[in-house]
Write a protein that binds this ligand. Structure first.
Ligand code: PHE
Length: 346
């Protein structure tokens, strides 16, 4: 048995593979499950007791010798292959270039984050809407200018024919989503609706026919204008910093009464006056008000029992203030030089 082992050892010592295939055959022949060394171990049972120690040691040594030889040959073969292929392992790798979030997504997520901390839930709805959800149920009179062709993209227009379907259009604000929520749910309702909206405007540095909004709605018993004001103050200080002040100016929206527009103290000059705030010290950022009782009624909510507030803002405008972007068209051009600048933001 010892002679046999030493013959095998000699055989292994002399082995020199020409290819990785030959090396693999070597491994199978000597070290494989059905290989020579395994069969030596099974023969070991028949070795007389006196020889067990020396034979056992010899087989173990043989196994170590074969495994070491295999490892070494594998390394040699690999470096031969690398050398002959001309591969240069010291070359630096191709840099991995991570993408950046779009500034509108960053700002939208920030707005959503602030309101979700106050318990607002996100709701979404269709971009292609009917007149009811965008206008009628929001208390827009039939001849309101916002319904005009100049503002709204109509897909199908009802030609005063009673039997033809309702006007189908692209939503001009995400208040339409809130109508859907009011129709489908019972108060308390606390929701924000982020989304894309469409208005038939000439494209310029300050206007675009597609833009994004986040609108909010809160309906419960005893909701007051003071609740609205406090919520908006919280939002402004979270978004623009602790020292931000807010101001509400009376305004008009068909769906809120009273209505207001909210300004924040200028984020650039802190209210001292600069060219961004046109030397007023204030920047207009959103519209808001108490939900008109007519709106609650047309959405099936008892307006004797419940009151609510609503607000809406344009994401493009907030992102312009936050990142000092002076041309709205930049958001939609996908210019990599513009987008790359937001790499470190989330
Ligand atoms: N829907 C209004 C707009 O698109 C914004 C708004 C929402 C105003 C809610 C008041 C209350 O301009």
């Amino acid at each position: 048995m010892l002679n046999k082992i030493s013959d095998i050892e000699k055989e292994i010592a002399l082995f020199l593979p020409k290819s990785s295939e030959a090396l693999e055959n070597f491994r199978i022949k000597y070290l494989g499950k059905k290989g020579i060394i395994t069969s030596l171990f099974s023969d070991f049972r028949n070795v007389p007791a006196v020889d067990k120690k020396s034979v056992g040691q010899a087989i173990n040594n043989l196994k170590i010798f074969a495994s070491e030889k295999y490892k070494q040959l594998k390394l040699d073969l690999y470096s031969d292959e690398v050398e002959s292929s001309g591969l240069d392992l010291s070359r630096p790798g191709t840099p991995f270039s991570p993408g950046a979030r779009h500034p509108l997504s960053i700002v939208r997520n920030e707005i959503i984050g602030i309101f979700s901390r106050l318990g607002f839930i996100i709701s979404e709805g269709p971009e292609i809407e009917d007149d009811g959800h965008v206008f009628s149920k929001l208390n827009f009179p039939p001849d309101h200018p916002a319904r005009d062709m100049q503002d709204t993209f109509f897909i199908h227009r009802n030609s005063d024919d009673e039997s033809s379907p309702e006007d189908i259009l692209l939503r001009t604000h995400t208040s339409s989503v809130q109508v859907r929520i009011m129709e489908g749910e019972k108060p308390p309702i606390r929701t924000i609706s982020p989304g894309r909206v469409f208005r038939n405007e000439a494209i310029s540095a300050r206007a675009h026919c597609i833009f994004h909004q986040v609108e909010g709605l809160y309906i419960d018993e005893n909701v007051s204008f003071a609740d609205l004001k406090q919520t908006l103050l919280f939002f402004a200080t979270e978004m623009f910093g602790k020292k931000t002040r807010i101001r509400l100016r009376p305004s008009y929206f068909p769906f809120t009464e009273p209505s207001a527009e909210m300004d924040v103290s200028c984020t650039i000059c802190s209210g001292k006056g600069c060219n961004v705030c046109k030397y007023t010290g204030w920047l207009e950022i959103l519209g808001c008000g108490m939900v008109d009782p007519n709106v609650l009624d047309s959405c099936g909510i008892n307006n004797k029992k419940y009151t609510g507030y609503a607000f809406g803002m344009g994401i493009e405008r907030l992102a312009m203030l936050k990142y000092r972007i002076n041309d709205l068209r930049l958001y939609f051009e996908n210019d990599i030089k513009f987008l790359e600048q937001f790499r470190s933001a989330f």
